[in-house]
Design a protein around this ligand. Structure first.
Ligand code: PLP
Length: 432
């Protein structure tokens, strides 16, 4: 994880975390460029260079910022976006439209138009309503657009309910009973080029079971469509969701644990229905960036409720990491300035927001904790900054990138004036 301990102090990416906290203040997100690019290179070695006709798209919802986009571009992989904002960030960072696909279960007309105008490589159509909108827009603009259909494969990923997406009762995707009809409409539409199918069964998965089950569902659709229309699907996007280590509850697998069997099954199923194996796309988010990130906090007030629990408050909370409150996500941590000291007490790390659920880690085992200590929480690269908020008017943290033992600010800390920068005062309140 690019961690080491020198003089009882935690170093990340070769840099003293206590010094980083002093230099940039806390809470502070840190992304190690070395870990991030190693993860991408692992994908290249074990997937992109291993198989023909495959593509990786980083799920940018995990964490997107201009510098991150530039790394994605430099490393030559693609990007999945789900909103106008993510698309804008990507295009603004000079990401090629050819390398971007556009997801989302409720894209607005504006968002679809932005995708079509900018020649985004694939729009992943999530519903029949959206298909109608795209037909309307492409006919009006007389512009051909490549689409894929997201299916709801009726497969439940083994994960928290809030991050399971492939089950029948899901807001995402086109139900199986409508998918052939959707494909036929797309095939018959003058300005739509149907490229393929997509599924994403859930996130933080440690078994490839749901991917494999969903693959069988996708291939049976491909077969039915071929039988009924002679149309052959060329591409299959099998989503992301590859699980990573956050805490001892998680057993992280090699990437090949997922992809080798996916690829093997694709070959087998394609052969069975007598088609060329479609281009296989994957969209990992957390797998690429979670471990590259840590968050630094300063410990504030400590409350020891004898016989019940010891709480240590940090200077952030659900505003910079909502995942524990949202779906019980677990994390590990260390006191940066006591990195060599024995863990002697159980401490619950809580945030400073006005919610009892504002807990980052329950019962962490730590050395004696004191006000002023710097706490490092690990594996916060994915879905922390991207889900951050201004609840209680807290200021969103800065983001620092580490590379070759040097630190670079890639997003400045919010300032108080940012909090009111969008406020407007109506005329009737102006003299108050
Ligand atoms: C469609 C889609 N693709 C990819 C991902 C990335 O998931 P993960 O970060 O678990 O790999 C998500 C996550 O929500 C998703 O909804």
């Amino acid at each position: 994880m690019n961690l080491d301990i020198r003089n009882n102090t935690l170093y990340f990416g070769g840099i003293n975390t206590v010094e980083l906290a002093k230099k940039y203040n806390t809470p502070l997100y840190i992304i190690d460029e070395g870990i991030l690019t190693d993860k991408i290179r692992d994908l290249k070695e074990n997937f992109l260079n291993k198989y023909d006709n495959v593509k990786v798209l980083y799920a940018s919802k995990a964490f997107l910022n201009t510098a991150i986009c530039k790394i994605i571009k430099k490393e030559g992989i693609g990007l999945d976006v789900v909103s106008k904002g993510e698309l804008y960030t990507a295009l603004n960072a000079n990401m090629n439209a050819d390398d971007i696909i556009f997801h989302g279960n409720n894209k607005s007309i504006d968002e679809l138009k932005m995708a079509i105008d900018n020649n985004i490589s694939r729009i992943i159509v999530d519903s029949m309503d959206e298909l109608e909108d795209i037909i309307y827009l492409t006919n009006k603009l007389k512009k051909t657009t490549n689409i894929m259909f997201r299916i709801t494969p009726d497969v439940r990923g083994k994960t928290h309910d809030y991050i399971s997406t492939g089950q029948k009762d899901s807001k995402f995707g086109i139900p199986l009973e409508s998918i052939i009809q959707a494909c036929k409409i797309a095939i018959d539409s003058e300005y739509i080029n149907l490229k393929g199918l997509h599924f994403h069964t859930g996130s933080q998965l440690f078994s490839n079971e749901s991917h494999l089950k969903a693959l069988r569902v996708a291939f049976s659709i491909i077969e039915d469509l071929k039988d009924e229309t002679k149309y052959t699907i060329e591409e299959l996007n099998v989503g992301g969701g590859f699980g990573v280590f956050y805490s001892d509850d998680d057993t992280e697998m090699d990437f090949t644990h997922f992809t080798d069997e996916i690829m093997e099954l694709c070959e087998e199923l394609a052969k069975k229905i007598n088609i060329k194996r479609p281009k296989i796309m994957i969209e990992p988010g957390r797998w690429i960036i979670s471990k590259a990130g840590i968050t630094l906090y300063e410990i504030g007030n400590i409350k020891d409720i004898k016989g019940i629990r010891k709480y240590a408050s940090v200077d952030g909370g659900i505003t910079d990491n909502i995942r524990p409150a949202l779906y019980n996500a677990s994390y590990t941590c260390m006191i940066s300035n006591k990195a060599d000291e024995e863990s002697i007490e159980k401490v619950t790390i809580c945030g400073k927001c006005c919610e009892s659920g504002d807990v980052i880690i329950k019962d962490a085992k730590l050395p004696k904790i004191e006000k002023g200590d710097i706490l490092t929480v690990f594996s916060t690269g994915a879905y922390n900054e991207s889900m951050s908020s201004n609840y209680n008017k807290l200021l969103r943290p800065a983001v620092v990138m580490l590379k070759d033992s040097k630190d670079y600010l890639i997003k400045r800390r919010e300032e108080l004036k940012d909090l009111v920068s969008r406020d407007l005062v109506p005329e009737f309140l102006q003299n108050i």
